[in-house]
Design a protein around this ligand. Structure first.
Ligand code: 3PG
Length: 311
């Protein structure tokens, strides 16, 4: 009987693995493309509050069109749903804009090296704010994560305080986003794709007034002319690409969150950062010193040890 059972469960297990593998590969590829176009845009047009807003606006529009044309089924939501989504959206907005501000000031690789320290923030927030304790190996794994990030930061050739702090704030905000997200999704029947769509719409509403206050239409218009004259019409395509790919990679990541545990998700996220770090160093010819690369490698190794210890 067990043979029959295993024969009938094996193909679906294998199919699930293939499906998750496809999700992961798509997620990382979309993320690499987003990071490249986002940085190309920020180099020519240093208005991270606007580019963050455009990413959310583009995603919101894509999903509203998908719902209106029934390409995707619109979720059934109530006031309770939007109320529980609100803290998630505040954290998502802060994490997103802080990471984009960071990338406008430093190399993409540097932002992502610091962002690979997110598990350390997760443990510290859980310990000191939620009072959750972990086995000793989990705490020990924080040593290479924090030490590696610190080594990479102090040896970074283009160190910039705003760039560093932006990535740190993004880490903290995304830890809260993940905690609130888990609480908010509990018992709700909204799919990962629609959950992320609603998150984009609410985040867009939160971010827009702040983006206008911090940067504003006058700066945007003047900078736009300069960027267009320097880069040419393809600048508009870069902006479109960074906006579309931002939505797509996040949508795929939330879709995969439906299928996998948060732990597998965080391992996937760290592996994603390796592909972003390596590809952005190659594409933007980022100068890297051996000691700097060593710091990044130690931090990433620490994240793997963390995931092992948490298991
Ligand atoms: C953003 O702009 O929101 C960040 O690049 C997101 O970072 P992450 O999705 O890689 O954590």
């Amino acid at each position: 009987r067990s043979e029959i059972e295993s024969a009938s469960t094996q193909p679906s297990e294998a199919a699930k693995k293939v499906k998750i593998g496809i999700y992961f590969a798509t997620w990382w590829a979309l993320n690499v493309v987003f990071n490249i176009y986002n940085k190309k845009v920020l180099n020519a047009y240093p208005y991270p509050w606007l580019t963050s807003t455009l990413s959310l606006a583009c995603g919101s529009l894509m999903m509203l069109i998908s719902w209106a044309t029934r390409i995707a089924e619109a979720p059934k939501t109530d006031l309770e749903f939007w109320k529980s989504l609100f803290p998630v959206a505040v954290a998502h907005t802060i994490g997103h804009v802080a990471a984009t501000v960071s990338m406008s000031k430093v190399a993409v690789s540097f932002t992502h090296i610091i962002k690979s320290g997110e598990p350390a923030f997760s443990v510290l927030v859980s310990r000191f704010i939620l009072g959750e304790t972990f086995p000793v190996p989990v705490y020990l794994s924080l040593v290479p994560i924090i030490g590696g990030c610190a080594l990479a930061a102090v040896t970074e050739l283009n160190f910039n305080m705003i760039g560093f702090m932006g990535a740190m704030i993004s880490n903290l905000a995304f830890v809260f986003r993940n905690i609130f997200s888990k609480r908010g999704m509990k018992g709700k029947s909204v799919s990962g794709m629609n959950y992320y769509a609603c998150l984009s719409i609410l985040s867009l509403a939160i971010l827009t007034p702040f983006a206008i206050a911090v940067e504003g239409p006058q700066m945007w218009a003047a900078g736009w002319q300069t960027a267009l004259s320097q880069i040419g019409p393809q600048f508009i395509w870069w902006v479109a690409a960074q906006s579309v790919f931002y939505h797509l990679y996040n949508q795929v990541s939330y879709m995969s969150l439906d299928e996998i545990s948060p732990l597998t998700f965080s391992i996937g996220n760290t592996m994603k950062r390796i592909s972003v770090i390596v590809s952005s160093i190659i594409i933007f010819h980022t100068p890297v010193q051996p000691i700097n690369a060593l710091g990044a490698a130690i931090a990433i190794l620490g994240t793997f040890l963390y995931s092992q210890a948490k298991q």
